[in-house]
Design a binder for this molecule. Structure first.
Ligand code: ADP
Length: 505
């Protein structure tokens, strides 16, 4: 029996193929970066044909490195950068514009215009999302507005839209399958969370013809097979999950109250809410966590923090305090605590749960005593405090506390940070042995649909703990420090005004 599963991880900076075996262990990996195209300030594009070519390349190389026969591969799963938009010609398969990446803010004016009627929460009840440039809808509309004749052609069914999952499935199946999964669809601002399908009224408001939208399917089912002549030909494509949802699935955080927090350049927290659609009163996004075949979809709350690991990079690149990111731990270990210093990295305002664009970075509590070790420590602590801010918002929205927190991402190598995280939350923090949770989640979804793994319980059995950090700080200390953090946050607010803007200009 074929017992390997390939995961394709189509990320913002690179595309990877990882071959997993039946135990969920990594057998081979291949990776290729693609160009970040920055035509103007705020614009971020990718060449979708480069991504397609890289995908085929990493697929072949991972197979070669694994030294397995294609007949040993049971399925392929895809995880991807979410929200990024590709529009292509159905007949030729060629994109009509570069991919517009999730970070791209060129559509702000359109978003502001729509927000004038009903505010940024205008579509929140239906979609779970705030009206923003991140979601796909405004980017699709931009391409239809700017590429001559595009809207008419889209209406006639000649053009197709997809996020990178859809684009890759289309290409891997030789242009025969046009689908996406519920988790990706839930980031477009076009899908209704209850019906799990495109909403006609939303399509009308954005002026996006339904004919160009892919079919919305579950996250775990057979979508089609890889076409003849391509690497891994004949292998069924059987899993699709957006990147953060895939990481949650790979962490086997399937049930309500189970969570994962990814510590990268920024942080992404996802907490499951089961079959309930929970509306946040605290600035969190409501999203689909996963759907297996015909089963009811599972939902989640998501909170993102803009600046966490990138603050460590800032200490390295802008202050020169450290030579490498990992050195921050040694520098922080030269002192016993933060020496009274608190660092609020509101470099581009504060996101969840504050939503204060007028905030700017603040390093407060400084005295003559404070040295660079304290600053390193305050920088690490800010990641833990910001995580607590978001988790407190989740607790308020759901009325339940977290039993534990599963973590992944580059910063989880930092022992000092992970211990402080457990302390400041009063919750046990657990890191799995396989930290490639995003790819693993896509593999799990694909293997589940093809009988490699029987059910969620079997997947839970594959998840292995590497390390755990249990809280050691007493309650009084924890709350006192957190109160000081909140005071530090208050010092970062109300910074931008007409004067600062005039001086910036
Ligand atoms: P992404 O997937 O967002 O690119 P990664 O998961 O690879 O990010 O994590 C990289 C981030 O983690 C960088 O911002 C880096 O500064 C930070 N980082 C890496 N190692 C450490 C460490 N030992 N301590 C603190 N931060 C670290």
């Amino acid at each position: 029996m074929a017992v390997h599963v390939i995961a394709l991880d189509q990320g913002t900076t690179s595309t990877r193929a990882i071959v997993f075996d039946h135990a969920g262990e990594i057998v081979a990996t291949s990776q290729r970066e693609h160009e970040q195209i920055l035509p103007r300030a705020g614009w971020v594009e990718h060449d979708a044909t480069e991504i397609r070519d890289n995908t085929l390349w990493v697929l072949q190389h991972a197979l070669d490195e694994a030294a397995i026969d294609v007949s040993d591969v049971a399925a392929l799963g895809i995880t991807n950068q979410r929200e990024t938009v590709i529009v292509w010609d159905r007949a030729t398969g060629e994109p009509i514009h570069n991919a517009i990446v999730w970070q791209d803010t060129r559509t702000q004016a359109k978003v502001d215009e729509l927000a004038r009627d009903g505010g940024t929460d205008r579509f929140a009840a239906q979609t779970g999302l705030p009206l923003s440039t991140y979601s796909s809808a405004s980017k699709i509309a931009w391409i239809l507005d700017r590429v001559p004749g595009a809207r008419e052609r889209a209406g006639r069914g000649e053009l197709l839209f997809g996020t990178p999952d859809t684009w890759l499935v289309w290409n891997l199946t030789g242009g025969s399958v046009h689908v996406t999964d519920v988790t990706n669809a839930s980031r477009t601002l076009l899908m209704d969370l209850r019906t799990l399908d495109w909403d006609d009224e939303l399509c009308r408001i954005w002026d996006i013809p339904r004919a160009m939208l892919p079919e919305v399917r579950s996250s775990s089912e057979v979508f089609g097979s890889i076409a003849e002549g391509l690497p891994a030909a004949g292998v069924p494509i059987a899993g699709i999950l957006g990147d953060q949802q895939a990481a949650t699935f790979g962490q086997t955080a399937f049930e309500a109250g189970e969570s994962k927090n990814t510590y990268g350049t920024g942080n992404f927290l996802i907490v499951g809410t089961g079959t309930d659609i929970v509306r946040s009163q605290n600035g969190l996004i409501t999203t689909v966590a996963y759907r297996i075949g015909d089963e009811p979809a599972r939902y989640a709350l998501e909170g993102s923090i803009a600046v966490t690991g990138s603050l460590v990079q800032w200490l390295r690149d802008n202050l020169g305090l450290i030579a490498e990111s990992s050195d921050v731990e040694r520098l922080a270990a030269t002192v016993e605590d933060n020496g009274g210093a608190y660092f609020v990295p509101a470099f581009s305002g504060l996101f969840a749960p504050y939503w204060r664009p007028d905030a700017r970075g603040a390093l407060v509590g400084l005295t003559r005593f404070v040295n660079k070790g304290h600053i390193a420590r305050a920088a690490l602590e800010s990641t833990a405090f910001q995580t607590r801010d978001v988790i407190d918002a989740v607790v308020e929205d759901t009325g339940t506390t977290l039993p534990e927190l599963r973590v992944d991402g580059g910063m989880t190598r930092n022992d000092t940070l992970m211990q402080f995280q457990a302390d400041v939350l009063g919750v046990t923090v657990i890191r799995p042995r396989i930290t490639e949770t995003t790819a693993l989640g896509a593999a799990f979804a694909a293997g589940l649909a093809t009988g490699v793994w029987a059910d969620l319980d079997e997947l839970r059995g594959l998840w292995q703990e590497d390390r755990r950090w249990t809280p050691t700080m007493d309650e009084e200390q924890r709350e006192r420090r957190y109160r000081v953090w909140r005071k530090a946050v208050s010092k970062s607010l109300d910074w931008t005004d007409a004067d600062t803007e005039a001086l910036d200009a």
